[in-house]
Ligand binder design. Structure first.
Ligand SMILES: [Mn+2]
Length: 332
């Protein structure tokens, strides 16, 4: 028997206690591949155990990810009944990530499965493994350890999570165990080229135009060690796109030679959503994001602030400068 995770046995116990309950599997706002993939896998796994489970998101499932739902029951918050639900969250670093409406409606979380180092352990049971590349990796390892059967939709959903959260197997969390898990997912019916096609070969022209505008906005700071790009609200109108279309744009800012931290700043109705991506863990961009009440991983983090872009930009540059000095002098 494979043993990927020492925690698998205790995790199986939490799942066992859900028997007979109605479960909602919640993901985070602006769901990404790992969020949706983990919701699909968790919901299907619970249902194979005879547990009544439905996946719920405050925001709609993005167009390019809909194919991965298969026949998994997904509901909008309005569609949920009044059962006494047990709540499971996946890929959420804190309770608020599920969205304010869902957080208020479901103040108690039974199980929290996640891989964010900043996870606040907000649930009754917390299954948080920050070394995992994706929540999908944690779930896949647990499923294999527990010898739970995995159907093709589950295998593809888990692979989707790992593929997107490792930046197509490029980020530092990509290791032998990740490939071993993916090998087993392929044996269970996952087709990597189909996943890649759905994710990366179905671009809308508007999104490419949005990307052009984002690339044109690049500003280099700190001797070209930091690249900051922005997306203004007007860009979406001009290109007929939505905020979900700017997903992963920040990777282009990081991709430049010599750049250590890439930054994406999105301006929406006077509110700013920021994303940081570092090439090396030593940059601890989760701590940088924390200065703006955000969080995330050592190499990938984000934040939200309510301030116009012009006013915010100097503060942003100043905080990045201070952060770089600390990294240089002491490290974290
Ligand atoms: Mn994730």
């Amino acid at each position: 028997m494979t043993n990927f995770l020492p925690e698998s046995a205790s995790f199986a116990k939490f799942i066992g206690t859900l028997k007979g309950s109605s479960v909602l599997v919640l993901g985070h706002r602006r769901p990404d591949g790992d969020c949706i993939g983990s919701q699909v896998a968790m919901t299907r796994m619970l249902r194979t155990q005879g547990i009544k489970a439905v996946a719920v998101n405050q925001d709609p499932v993005p167009r390019t990810l809909r194919k991965f739902l298969g026949d998994t029951p997904f509901s909008e918050p309005e569609g949920i009944g009044t059962d006494n639900y047990k709540i499971v969250t996946v890929d959420c670093a804190d309770h608020a990530r599920v969205g304010e409406e869902l957080k208020i409606r479901f103040p108690e979380v039974f199980l929290n499965v996640d891989h964010h180092v900043s996870n606040t352990q907000f649930a009754e049971h917390n299954f948080v493994l920050p070394d995992a590349s994706a929540t999908g990796e944690i779930l896949a390892k647990f499923f294999f350890d527990s010898e739970l059967g995995i159907d093709q939709i589950t295998a593809e959903a888990l692979y989707l999570g790992i593929c997107t959260d490792t930046g197509q197997f490029c980020y530092s969390g990509t290791n032998a165990a990740v490939f071993e898990v993916c090998r087993r997912l392929c044996l269970a019916g996952c087709n990597p080229s189909m996943v890649a096609h759905e994710l990366y070969e179905r671009e809308k022209p508007g999104r490419v135009q949005l990307l052009q505008k984002f690339l044109a906005s690049f500003k280099m700071e700190f001797n070209d060690r930091v690249c900051i790009g922005h997306v203004r609200e007007s860009f979406y109108r001009e290109t007929g796109t939505k905020p979900e279309d700017a997903e992963n744009f920040v990777d282009y800012a990081r991709s430049l030679e010599g750049v250590e931290i890439g930054v994406l700043v999105e301006d929406r109705c006077g509110k700013i959503k920021g994303s940081f991506r570092a090439k090396d863990k030593k940059y601890r961009v989760d701590l940088l994001a924390k200065k703006f009440e955000g969080g995330g991983h050592a190499c990938a983090a984000g934040f939200n602030v309510t301030i116009p872009l012009e006013e915010f930009y100097p503060d942003l540059v100043e905080e990045i400068g201070k952060h770089l000095e600390v990294v240089q002098k002491e490290g974290f």
